[in-house]
Write a protein that binds this ligand. Structure first.
Ligand code: AMP
Length: 420
């Protein structure tokens, strides 16, 4: 072991588990690419004010969880705690909204950083794949994103998740509700910090996980009773479209999320096998965010799916992904001459697009065959001096154990034939 350890709240992705992470990212990406989303990549850090303004000055993410730093040049930066504000900033900076048809549809995949209390499923460095549809107010877009996330989880083989759906209203109806909720909260027996939160951001009190708080919230006014007609009609259309697509969801009138920018459609994917950190993904509409960060009015909607928790959910359900073996052919060379020739064969196979590996480190037959087994390769290519004298190598099927001699210049064809 080295003197150093991965920092608290972080962990390393190592084989074979790391292959599952890649497969999760890839499966989610396949769904969004297939729906016209283009890949975007933004820096790992941004001007701290982008998040303060975008995510919200009073949110936990901004007040407690951001990794901030001052550069030697005096810039105030933050490691990105989430993706939406950065992606919108990038789209605005590149004028994507002026260049073609709206919505601009983008997807991303990367690392995010929050100084959270570390526990199972909650890390200080984690990984998300996200999708954003910028610049259009259309319930079909909200529905599209929910359907795509559902499709991604289904494609991975997950079943024990639920989709929670709510509408947070807009700048017409939310202020009215906010006040009604505030009046209600002021009458409760809450600790000082929660009362303060009720004054700054009362909706987030609804999200308080403590049982004694939840008990008092049973009769809290609900946003759905305050939605304006436009928000009601919009939400109804989203519900109809996802229902027609066969996506099952639950209305959750108390669903709010930890970021201030959400309006109207809000949703969360929760997995029942994960304990307290049950949200595997979430998102919603953020019609006001562009203006909050200095852009024009650009109603938008998006989600971010947590890769770490999706992997935990797969493990909780016992889902084994059908991962292709990393190596198809493993070459075992006995003696110097065989090393030279088989190393050349491995290069030839790789150039032909066949995944091949080699027994490095000058091991004997036993150790090399162990390597071949461990690699999961379908075929082993074995050669010693006697084989080479005859101008052949042995091609062994690792499943059946069958072995046959193949002429040196016929290796590629034989391998192709056996791998189908
Ligand atoms: P949020 O941006 O908070 O809505 O997060 C979206 C998704 O990212 C969540 O549903 C989680 O799956 C994942 N996520 C957020 N924070 C963490 C964290 N600290 N550790 C692991 N996953 C996280």
């Amino acid at each position: 072991m080295s003197t150093f350890q991965a920092p608290k709240g972080t962990y390393d992705l190592i084989p074979p588990r790391s292959a599952v992470f890649l497969a999760v990212r890839d499966t989610i990406a396949t769904q969004v690419r297939n729906a016209g989303y283009g890949y975007v990549e933004t820096p790992g850090f941004e001007d701290v004010n982008l998040f303060a303004r975008g995510v919200g000055e009073s949110t936990d993410i901004v007040t407690k969880e951001m990794y901030t730093l001052t550069t030697k040049g005096g810039d105030q930066l933050a490691l990105r705690p989430e993706g939406t504000a950065s992606v919108l900033r990038a789209a605005l900076q590149a004028n994507l909204h002026k260049q073609g048809n709206l919505p601009v549809k983008l997807w991303y995949s990367g690392s995010y950083y929050r100084y959270e209390r570390a526990q199972a499923g909650r890390y200080r460095h984690f990984s998300q794949v996200g999708a954003e549809a910028i610049g259009a107010e259309d319930p079909a877009l909200d529905a599209e994103l929910i359907i795509l996330a559902d499709q991604a989880y289904r494609a991975l083989g997950l079943r024990q998740y639920r989709i929670l759906l709510n509408s947070l209203g807009d700048k017409e109806c939310r202020p009215v509700y906010r006040e009604a909720l505030q009046t209600f909260l002021r009458g409760l027996d809450l600790d000082e910090e929660t009362l303060r939160r009720a004054e700054i951001n009362p909706l987030r009190v609804l999200d308080d996980k403590r049982a004694d708080v939840q008990k008092q919230l049973v009769d809290a006014p609900l946003l759905r009773d305050y939605l304006c007609d436009a928000c009601k009609a919009y939400h109804e259309q989203v519900r109809e479209l996802i229902t027609a697509a066969g996506v099952v969801f639950e209305d959750d009138p108390k669903l709010v999320r930890g970021l201030d920018y959400y309006t109207r459609t809000t949703f969360e994917f929760v997995h029942d096998g994960l304990g307290s950190q049950s949200a595997v993904g979430g998102g919603g509409r953020y019609d006001g965010l562009s203006e909050m960060i200095g852009g024009p009015a650009l109603p938008s909607v998006g989600w971010a799916l947590g890769v770490d928790r999706t992997v935990l959910a797969l493990e909780a359900e016992g889902v084994e992904l059908d991962l292709p073996a990393a190596t198809s052919v493993f070459a075992v060379a006995l003696g110097e001459e065989a090393r030279r020739i088989l190393f050349g064969k491995v290069t030839e196979l790789r150039r032909a697009g066949i995944a091949a590996d080699f027994s490095f480190g000058g091991k004997g037959l036993k150790g090399s065959m162990k390597d071949a087994n461990r690699s999961g390769a379908r075929l082993a290519l074995v050669a010693g001096e006697r084989d080479l004298a005859e101008g052949v190598v042995q091609l062994k099927d690792m499943e059946s154990g069958e072995q046959r001699a193949v002429a040196l210049d016929g290796v590629l064809d034989a391998v192709r034939e056996l791998l189908g």
